[in-house]
Design a protein around this ligand. Sequence first.
Ligand code: AMO
Length: 430
Amino acid sequence: MRIAVNDVTPETKRATIIGWVHEIRDLGGLAFLLIRDRTGIIQVTIPKKKISAEVLSVFKEISRESVVRIEGEVKEIEKAPGGRELIPSSIEIISKSESPLPLDVVEKVSAELDTRFDNRFLDVRRPRVSSVFKIRSCILHTVEDSLYKKGFTQITTSKIVGSATEGGTELFPIAYFEKEAFLNQSPQLYKQMMMAAGLEKVLEIGPIFRAEEHNTTKHLNEATSIDVEVSFADHFEVMKLLEDLIVEIYEEVAVSCTAELASLEINNLKIPVAPFPRLTYEEAIGIASGKLAEGANYGDDISTSAERAIGEEIGCHYFIVDWPTSIRPYYAMPYEDRPSVCKAFDLMHPRMELSSGAERVHDYDQLVHQIKEKGLNPDSFSYYLSAFRYGMPPHAGWGLGTERLVATMLGLQNVREAVLFPRDRHRLVP
Ligand code: AMO
């Protein structure tokens, strides 16, 4: 019976392990194999003179990263990882790896991102990389768990749609029989329709597709969005929900992912402190224009350089609130007493935007008006608009980018590192 590498202790008398050959060290009379599985690494020691000729001949055939089964006696030894070693009585090569490897799985050698993504299955064998995905899994689990306990219903909406949600330019058209169709940019319209359906609190974790032309370290063409919508809530309530969730996620990762954080050399994960500072858009632009040579103008989107300049100044997670209505989507609710500003917000990490959200327009006539104001045709939104005609509660929500959350938490330079199989302008495989 196979046992996991980490379950082999000095007290285990005999063990059969199956794993990948992490390293081979042949010192002449003595050889070592390091065998790795999901749980860790164990040293297999081969004193050549004391081992059977059969074991020795299999040993000679072994290549790095092959999958092997090894049975043997466990001995306590201080110098080896975990204070134990395995002396093999039999070795079997289950699946031999070709050599040379296209990517070095042993940590020390760093590879170009392209080589890593081309050989992602090998890349993820590196504990440092698999840790990113274990932490990502912990984050998504925490989101589901936390919101489920708060009464949210997790929904899954279609990714094949007939119209844009976030504006037309970033749409991927697809062939859908004889109709024009697109990959959905966001579940925005569907999560709002679920407010009309009476679910009151919904969560969706799913792919969003953006035809971003630019090759940046924070944009993907396919990202995973954590989307939330809440009835009878204003933007302040969902901002509180968001900041509390961010803190809870960090706390959970700090407690549950200690080994993964250690393998990423994060010794002390800094937990953000809620409530996060809140800047108005006007204040944010003021900071950026004071710090940037090119300045920053009221009414412009906040550029990457402005984002950085403001982030440096604030130095922690923060919100930007009170955006000009002109640069937010049609579904954001303007302030009643100053309609040129709306009840929208962005959650920012000092490095980049993590989330956007708003209180929404819930009045049918106002929504039709705002759609037209943006130069869009209400007819292409009729399925969405009809949900506003038969009793739509006031509501608010946000969308949070999973990859940006992971990348900023773990200090990854490129959001692509937080995706198993990133999609960008130049990458469609694997
Ligand atoms: P927005 O377009 O700002 O808002 O997206 C919300 C969050 O999703 C992430 N994100 C991306 N991450 C990587 N690459 C991309 N190309 C990309 N695009 C978006 C970001 C961003 O903050 N419907 C609204 C949300 C709402 O109001 O509920 C929306 O989609 O982290």
